[in-house]
Design a protein. Structure first.
Ligand SMILES: [Zn+2]
Length: 101
């Protein structure tokens, strides 16, 4: 029973820290390029003659995931923005209290 309470507390603490991060710094480093904006060069052949390894080499290229910015929007912030946009889209301007049309 005690372990459940401890892990529940840790989950709540993690959620609070993550929510704070999403508010204060909504952008994080892109994971595929590790925040550099370019994907590193890749070897398709790990062994064999050097000429074949040179032919089957993928050169460094711009990261498509983040459009070479090296930044991505955190998942929690994206969810928050989605819910906020949905709420704003579903709210008529004359429904808001205190707003007279
Ligand atoms: Zn990237």
């Amino acid at each position: 029973m005690r372990i459940i309470a401890i892990s529940g507390g840790a989950a709540v603490l993690w959620a609070l820290i993550y929510a704070t991060k999403c508010v204060r710094n909504p952008l994080a480093a892109c994971r595929p390029c590790a925040g550099t904006g370019t994907r590193p060069e890749r070897q398709l052949l790990r062994r064999g003659p050097r000429i074949l390894r040179w032919i089957f080499k993928v050169p460094p290229r711009p990261c498509r995931r983040c459009d070479s910015t090296g930044r991505r929007i955190r998942l929690g912030r994206r969810a928050y923005d989605y819910v906020r946009n949905l709420q704003q889209a579903g709210t008529r301007s004359d429904d808001r209290p205190g707003v007279k049309s």
